[in-house]
Design a protein around this ligand. Sequence first.
Ligand code: SF4
Length: 328
Amino acid sequence: MSDAADQPLLRVDGLTKHFPIRAGILLRTAGHVHAVDDVSFQLDPGETLGLVGESGCGKSTVGKTLLRLYEPTAGGVFFEGRDVTAMGRAELRALRRDIQIILQDPSESLNARHTVGKIIEEPFVIHRLGTADERRGWVGELLERVGLSPAAASRFPHEFSGGQRQRIGIARAIALRPKLIVCDEAVSALDVSIQSQIINLLLDLQREMNLALIFIAHDLAVVKHVSDRIAVMYLGEVVETATAKDIYATPRHPYTQALISAIPMPDPTADRDRIVLVGDVPSPIDPPSGCRFHTRCRYAREDCGQRKPEVEPVRNGASVACHYWRGL
Ligand code: SF4
């Protein structure tokens, strides 16, 4: 039997999510959206994995599927060795103590008709923790920890700015001291100065609580500063994984190269060629055969549209899915 100490906190193994498309009066299945296909990665306690790619590449679906907010089509999700995809309702509810999600729009998770105090108290109520007095005290402590006054407990979410609402969402997410938080475009809607405040808060909490984070974002410049490792997604698949340092210094996959070339440089006079991706992202309903990136890849060769590249391990735990990355 394997020792729990040897296991990663989270192992995602061949995760796949296809959404059926219903058509006609009988709502027959007319096709599928291939939102996520065969995605695998691991995460250790206290580690941050950045999950990046253009809008619609499936990164948010990965976050929601590993939490079973969407039911996976195939593949496994193992949290501390336990198979999340096989869990019943009671086990899943217990898992929510350990894994939380913060969404881009806090209004999706903050009930507008409840006071902030009630919203943050709710996880304690669901898990039957503490007396009413104790819970009130914990809510005040949590609000202070995320930089808000305990007096905020009696107000409603709409009375706060976007950044403050995200702080409320974080207070609720950390209430049960989870081991992993999925941050799904958690700072994307905020002004740049507020973004960095929220990121710094998350990083402080990560250090204090040894939290693991999955940081989902389309902005590589943001992900660079928070991630230990980065996985790049294109059209539902992970095309490259490496440490943050490695991926920005020597991107191997042509898609990663294009994304990184588009990050604004601190010095606008510095020399760097931007790789412009031609064409739109193809439809996930009928993704291209072979390498899914071949319709937009400037290095595509004849066989790229026929042969699917395997995810190939390279050095330092990195991996890349491209037939020709060595010669690029
Ligand atoms: Fe480009 Fe071919 Fe590599 Fe795909 S396999 S990224 S099309 S070179």
